[in-house]
Design a protein around this ligand. Structure first.
Ligand code: OOG
Ligand code: MG
Length: 261
C-alpha cells in the first residue's frame, strides 16, 4: 500500500478540483488511512494550490466550536481551516450559489488581529476589533457527510465569508444574542456563549491548534470564531443577515439556479 504521505498531493488535488468544478466527491479519509494530522497536511497542500493560482491567505477559521454545529454534522472536535481573499464576499454583496455544491450559511463572530500573537499574548493584547460575520460552508463530500479527518482535509468546508463593520471589542463578548435571518424572518437564534462558552476561547484554540501544525497567526489576519447556531441551506434569491447584539449585522444576497447535487 502507498504511504499516506505520498498520497497527500493527490488527495488535495481531488478536493481542490471538486471545489473548482462544484462537483461532490466520495469521502477520502477511511480509504486513504488518513488521521487528523495527515488531514491537516492535505488541507495545507489544498490551500497551497489555491495560493499558487494567485489567492492570498487572509486568516483562519475555527469550526465545530458550538454544540449546535457538532450535532448538525456528527463530529465533536474543534477544527480549524484557512481563509483566502477569494473567499471574501463584501458585506451586502451577492453570491452565485451555483458556483457551489450544496452551500449552507451560518452566523459567526470575526476577530481582527493587531499583531502576530506570541506565547505571551492573550486575546486582549492580540485582537484589535470584532465584527458580526456570515460564513458560507460547502462540503466537497456527497450529501454533506464526512468524518473528522475528511472535513479537516476539505479545509473545514470553507467556501465564503462576509465580515460586517469592525467594532472595538466590547467588555462582555461572552453572551451576546445572535440571530440568523432569511428574508427578514429569524431562522436560527443563539448566543456567543455557544462558542466554546466564550468566543475569546476560539482565539486561544486557534493559536494552540494552528501552532501544532506550525502555523502562526499573522498581524492583519481575520479569525472566524465558529458558528453560534446550526447552518441553513442557501437557495436562490435569499437575503441572509446575521445580527449580533451590540455588534451589528453582516448580510448577503444569493443569485443563481437551485443547486441539488
Ligand atoms: C464544518 C465546518 C464547521 C463552524 O463554524 O462550526 C464550521 C461543517 O459544518 O461543514 O465552520
Ligand atoms: Mg463556520
Amino acid at each position: 500500500m502507498t504511504a499516506v504521505s505520498e498520497r497527500i498531493p493527490e488527495l488535495a488535488a481531488r478536493l481542490d478540483e471538486a471545489a473548482v468544478a462544484a462537483s461532490a466527491i466520495a469521502q477520502i479519509a477511511e480509504r486513504a488511512g488518513l488521521d487528523a494530522d495527515g488531514a491537516y497536511r492535505v488541507q495545507a497542500d489544498l490551500v497551497r494550490r489555491r495560493l499558487a493560482r494567485g489567492e492570498r491567505l487572509v486568516g483562519l477559521k475555527m469550526g465545530l466550536t458550538s454544540r449546535a454545529k457538532m450535532a448538525q454534522v456528527g463530529v465533536d472536535e474543534v477544527i480549524w481551516g484557512r481563509l483566502t481573499d477569494a473567499m471574501r464576499i463584501a458585506d451586502g454583496g451577492t453570491v452565485a450559489i451555483d458556483s457551489y455544491i450544496h452551500p449552507r450559511v451560518e452566523p459567526e463572530v470575526a476577530f481582527l488581529l493587531d499583531r502576530s500573537p506570541g506565547p505571551d499574548d492573550d486575546f486582549a493584547s492580540a485582537v484589535r476589533a470584532v465584527a458580526p460575520a456570515l460564513e458560507v460552508i460547502d462540503s466537497r463530500y456527497a450529501n454533506f457527510r464526512f468524518s473528522l479527518p475528511d472535513v479537516i482535509a476539505d479545509n473545514t468546508s470553507a467556501a465564503g465569508f462576509v465580515i460586517g463593520a469592525w467594532q472595538s471589542v466590547p467588555a462582555g463578548l461572552d453572551n451576546l444574542g445572535v440571530l440568523l435571518e432569511v428574508d427578514g424572518r429569524v431562522v436560527q437564534t443563539g448566543s456567543t456563549a455557544a462558542i466554546l462558552g466564550d468566543p475569546r476561547r476560539a482565539f486561544t484554540e486557534a493559536v494552540r491548534l494552528a501552532g501544532r501544525s506550525g502555523v502562526r497567526l499573522e498581524e492583519g489576519w481575520v479569525l472566524l470564531a465558529g458558528a453560534a447556531t446550526a447552518a441553513v441551506p442557501l437557495r436562490p434569491g435569499m437575503h441572509v443577515r446575521a445580527v449580533v447584539e451590540q455588534l451589528g449585522t453582516a448580510s448577503l444576497t444569493t443569485t443563481g439556479k437551485e443547486v441539488d447535487r
